[in-house]
Design a protein around this ligand. Structure first.
Ligand code: ZN
Ligand code: ZN
Length: 356
């Protein structure tokens, strides 16, 4: 094998001589390169060729699996164009979501006029949905580190600490526990701000008798984890407890629905159905979950009407939420892996409503 992972791209079926992979995570997935500037040319005839710039000469020699490496002095795209010319490839596919209009223009200008450039959807994304054992091991570790960082973060929760400070504490603990970095900007929201599903931590201070929503994830060996927990500072009132139980019930029903052969849309429908029963479905305005791996959000999307059929080896989140303006929001999110018979919840953190 000349790549770290199969690309899943059938060049013959696509009637292409070569495909240019430019998405940084796709390049990493296929070649093992962890740098920020690399491209990969998959060829119908001949081995794949990897391109990077001189800053990455040593790193590429250590990491990259296609042995053919091209390190042009100028822009990467000039090296790519030369190799395309050299291999006499005429029909070239490229990832349309990863090549900018500007780069496309440069490539077109550098290539022979007889060359045909064909925009393609992200074909590697399909392959990346199914994780192998090594990838699942990294996701498991990522999830465990994330949950441990959450536990440590809990100890810092008290009236007077700001959302931003708490987010900083959590992210510091992630790194101390062995994560490379947060998988996204940690969300810490308190009080009425919990009704903002993607709240940014502010200088607002936590006060007694309010909801706190924490959504956090880490990267470990390049792989993401994702978890949301909603807590209450002080004893939660009955209304909050009822709302929490409804979200938990829908989240558990979602987890129960995850198994091979079921569509992503079906899982979303189950989750929404439970919230509807509690009269809360209109307060749930995002999708039920998403795949995760080298990116925090990747295929499949567990949303309304999504027809992707779940398969063993997919790592996805289940994260229903209810957001009521003025009152607050509750979300519960776990990372799960689809198994042969159902799914395994990787997140070990309790889902009982935590009162601090
Ligand atoms: Zn999340
Ligand atoms: Zn998520």
């Amino acid at each position: 094998m000349s790549l770290r992972h199969e690309s899943g791209i059938d060049l013959a079926a696509l009637e292409l001589d070569a495909v240019l992979i430019a998405g940084v995570e796709n390049v990493r997935y296929l070649s093992g390169f962890t740098g920020s500037n690399g491209m990969l040319l998959l060829r119908r005839e001949g081995n794949p060729i990897f391109f990077t710039d001189p800053r990455y000469t040593i790193q590429a020699a250590q990491e990259v699996l296609p042995r053919t490496r091209v390190i042009p002095r100028g822009a990467l795209i000039t090296g790519v164009a030369s190799e395309i010319k050299r291999s006499r490839a005429r029909r070239i596919g490229f990832e349309k979501s990863h090549i900018s209009f500007d780069l496309y223009g440069q490539l077109k200008q550098l290539l022979d006029t007889r060359c045909e450039l064909t925009p393609l959807p992200d074909l590697v994304a399909r392959q990346r949905m199914i994780k192998d054992e090594r990838e699942l091991a990294a996701i498991r570790e990522s999830v465990l580190i994330n949950s441990q960082a959450f536990e440590r973060g809990l100890k810092k929760i008290r009236p007077g600490i700001s959302e931003s400070e708490l987010a900083g504490e959590i992210e510091y603990q992630m790194r101390r526990l062995g994560a490379e970095k947060p998988a996204f900007e940690t969300i810490v929201a308190c009080g009425a701000r919990t009704a903002l599903p993607h709240a940014r931590p502010t200088r607002q201070k936590l006060t007694a008798n309010q909801l706190i929503l924490i959504d956090m994830g880490t990267f470990r060996d390049g792989y993401a984890s994702d978890m949301t927990r909603t807590l209450h500072l002080g004893a939660p009132p009955a209304k909050i407890r009822r709302m929490y139980q409804a979200v938990l019930e829908s989240q558990l029903a979602g987890i129960d629905a995850v198994r091979p052969g079921v569509t992503a849309g079906k899982v979303d429908r189950v989750v929404r159905g439970v919230l509807k029963k509690h009269g809360l479905d209109r307060y749930f305005m995002h999708s039920t979950g998403h795949g995760l791996g080298l990116e925090i959000h990747e295929s499949p999307r567990l949303g309304k009407g999504d027809r992707t059929v779940l398969e063993a080896g997919m790592a996805v989140t289940i994260e229903p939420g209810v957001y009521i303006e003025g009152a607050g929001g509750i979300r519960i999110e776990d990372t799960v892996v689809v198994t042969q018979s159902g799914c395994e919840v990787l997140t070990p953190t309790t889902k009982e409503l935590i009162a601090i």
